[in-house]
Design a protein around this ligand. Structure first.
Ligand code: HEM
Length: 395
């Protein structure tokens, strides 16, 4: 799907360029997460459904995005407030969920229907629907493309919703975090740009063509991958639960105690492990080099399993490769084109009496908050300027 991904990221860059000020000045403030969400939503819709939504260019969100985001909001509301209030049982809450489910089903069904009519796509570009349809008769030998089993269709719709949710939210927030960390660590940003100059050529305006011709170059960028892995190490956004079978125990190294887990949900505390000083030197620092130094170097990770933002094992994130490719392409195409900087003063001005300039964690206005997975506070207000005019380049 690389050509499709590059196409969507190119639109993202044009939008950022359009938001830059004239003559090298900072442009108007906007919320970066809104732009990254539209980008990743467009990508996952193409990957899952083969549908081009053009969310990035729309002035109003599509009904598909609106219904899905509202469903995520309602899910979080039930999960959080539901602990204290019986919100999940409130009739209007359930009615809203049913309404969204119907909207999503009505929008997804035509995509499934058209695949059932044409049959799965055997070309290189296959969507999640294509992949699923290959197994149409797995549980029911009488089912076929002409006569699909109703339960199969229901399950496909459920899985498509899971893909649409899991496939955009996390990547959109991770992109924001990556730009935040690069803003705070200019020496790392300079190294990243130097790697892109060396591998893709010094002119950033040629990068799209270079990538289209030689997409494998995306896999020859060790420092870029280090930036991405380090972003995800410091900010693992998603988590998961396991339902342990009877007889499953947790143990702690050096202790003879065995903790029976039956009846409990086991949650891997990825953020705790990712900053545990037993596994990481200078654990709270952003050091992409730890992913490029040779084995044996004190910076090198001592335990492969301590990095688990996509979880580990047979049910780990199925979209890990797609997410890493998206992050690589955005990093390559954006980092040398524009400068991105947080713009809290402009945000506060826009919020007026609702501004919360003292809301900080560890002295930072940008902390992680929100529904479903964590999100950058207030959608990460930023402004951008074109890089060719930046003092760093002219110096
Ligand atoms: C930076 C981006 C992403 C992060 C940090 C992330 C993280 C995770 C994590 C921690 C899980 C739970 C795995 C487990 O239970 O062991 C998960 C599951 C999942 N992810 Fe991702 N994910 C990302 C991007 C994506 C993308 C792009 C897709 C879509 C292609 C995707 C689709 C899924 C699906 C469908 C599951 C459920 C898998 C299953 O239950 O077998 N994710 N993800």
């Amino acid at each position: 799907m690389l050509p499709e991904l590059i196409e969507e990221v190119s639109i993202f860059i044009s939008l950022l360029e359009g938001l830059a000020g004239s003559e090298g000045k900072w442009g108007p403030m906007f919320q970066l997460e809104e732009k990254t969400t539209n980008l990743t939503f467009d990508i996952i819709c193409r990957a899952a459904l083969g549908l081009r939504l053009n969310e990035q260019q729309r002035t109003e969100s599509s009904p598909l995005k609106l219904a899905l985001l509202d469903q995520i909001r309602l899910m979080s509301l039930g999960a959080n407030a539901g602990r204290a209030l019986p919100i999940g049982r409130m009739p209007w809450h359930n009615a809203a969920i049913r309404r969204n489910n119907k909207t999503l089903r009505d929008l997804l069904m035509p995509q499934i229907q058209s695949k059932l009519e044409t049959g799965p796509n055997d070309s290189q570009v296959r969507t999640i629907i294509d992949l699923a349809i290959k197994y149409i008769d797995k549980d029911d030998p009488n089912a076929s493309i002409a006569t699909p089993n109703a339960e199969f269709v229901d399950r496909l719709i459920s899985n498509l919703k899971a893909f649409l949710f899991a496939g955009h939210d996390t990547t959109a927030a991770t992109l924001c975090l990556m730009f935040k960390l690069l803003q705070d660590n200019p020496e790392c940003l300079a190294k990243l740009r130097a790697e892109h100059d060396a591998v893709l050529g010094p002119d950033p305006s040629h990068a799209v063509d270079v990538l289209k011709k030689s997409p494998h170059l995306l896999y020859s960028l060790p420092y870029t991958l280090g930036v991405i892995k380090e972003t995800l190490r410091l900010n693992p956004l998603a988590a998961t639960l396991r339902d342990p079978p009877p007889g499953f125990f947790l143990t702690a190294p050096g202790s003879s105690l065995r903790y029976p887990m039956e009846g409990w949900g086991v949650w891997l505390s990825a953020p705790g492990v990712a900053r545990n000083p037993n596994y990481w030197l200078r654990p709270n620092e952003f050091i992409p080099e730890r992913w490029t130094v040779p084995d044996g170097d004190p910076l090198h990770p001592v335990n492969n399993h301590a990095w688990a933002p996509f979880s580990i094992g047979p049910r780990n994130c199925i979209g890990m490769e797609l997410a890493l490719v998206e992050l690589r392409i955005v990093s390559v195409l954006v980092s040398r084109t524009v400068e991105i900087e947080e713009a809290w003063d402009d945000w506060d001005k826009q919020r007026g009496s609702k501004a919360t300039p003292n809301a900080k964690i560890d002295g930072e206005r940008l902390y992680w908050a929100g529904d479903g997975i964590v999100h950058p506070k207030d959608g990460m207000p930023v402004h951008v300027r074109l890089r060719e005019h930046s003092p760093a380049v002219s110096a």
